[in-house]
Design a binder for this molecule. Sequence first.
Ligand code: ADP
Ligand code: MG
Length: 414
Amino acid sequence: MDLTLSLSKGEVRRTGDIMTFRTLDTADLAGKRALVRVDFNVPVDGGKVADDTRLRAALPTIAYLSKQGAKVVLLAHFDRPKGKVVPEMSLSFVAEPLSKLLEQPVAFASDCVGPAAAEVVNALENGGVALLENVRFHAGEEKNDPDFAKALAANGDVYVNDAFSAAHRAHASTEGLAHLLPAYPGLSMQRELEALDAALGKPKKPVIGIVGGSKVSTKLDLLNNLVAKLDRLAIGGGMANTFLFAQGHDVGASLCEKDLADTAREIMDKAKAAGCELLLPVDVVVAKKVAPGVETAVRQLNEVQADDLILDAGPESAQRLLAAMDESATLIWNGPLGVFEVPPFDEATVSAAKHAGKLASEGKIVAVAGGGDTVSALNHAGVAAEMTFVSTAGGAFLEWMEGKTLPGVAALEG
Ligand code: ADP
Ligand code: MG
């Protein structure tokens, strides 16, 4: 099921977490300068783009704007130059690979504001594309300085934000600009917003969440938001140990934040009050150390030994999770269920991922997942393409899962 590719047209109104915005197809674009915020903060190896996923993510919006006859002016940040010109952090190396992917020339301007930018933008023909230098070379970017936003806006007639992954930051190019020009989400941004809305804003019920990963402490806001919204929440990974410990189980030498036992109990109480059923492991896979192919054992919760490390959910826990997915219409997932980087501790994560991918591709569930390690785990399981949507937005995705308003998204509301 691909509910996310058939984007809505016209005005999109939402009653859930995601707000109202005008879609790009309503914009008057021919001959207009479209300032497009993209995420080109790509991994680099030897001065070259090492992974072009982020460049590819921007292609649909750039191609659409170009086809509509807009002059496409790309704004992006790269690395952390902290408001100063740092030549090694120039975006110039991105122009050529982008041009290859787009199959059209990409002009490069050595500054994102002022005469150097204006000269390149003014030379664009309708449908042409230019990339401006790193917006973070100016201190006004991260300060969301109104004068800097105005200087950026001087090169545009409309503003398009296609960088969901930067939308949790209120910077001039992600937030300030949206107040100065007619503002629209780009196609990737819209796709992400609609997928997230389908998962948590206005989801088909029942909704199940999976939250895993190493620590409760990094996911407190997320857990608190989810238990208030979901019908079921499976907790896995290292953080499940803290919950098991809080329930009085011995977790041996496992990763466990014992000082958060009270917090874990509060979350369990909150879930109960909100009618959210928590699924904690009922059995666990243990080993004496974390290494590939070490001797492992499956233990019931009352069998964990003092020198055991709990490194994965057990088979019975995994089966229960799969059965709970079968009874759900929506799945939202962040965090692996075990130390998936070190087989065989990837088993519960892989079986849950495969099942989610199968249900999603059969149209039985809307399955949305995100988070750095979660994306790796889904790729490792070979199911990323089968999921309804996989967010690569990292911090922005997590803040959205925490129920926070993302400034870059809120500013598009119109
Ligand atoms: P994401 O990046 O998707 O948000 P996290 O960073 O929260 O996910 O969690 C991923 C990490 O959690 C992985 O490195 C994984 O090895 C670790 N992890 C999962 N289960 C356990 C466990 N039982 N003990 C220790 N670490 C674990
Ligand atoms: Mg991580």
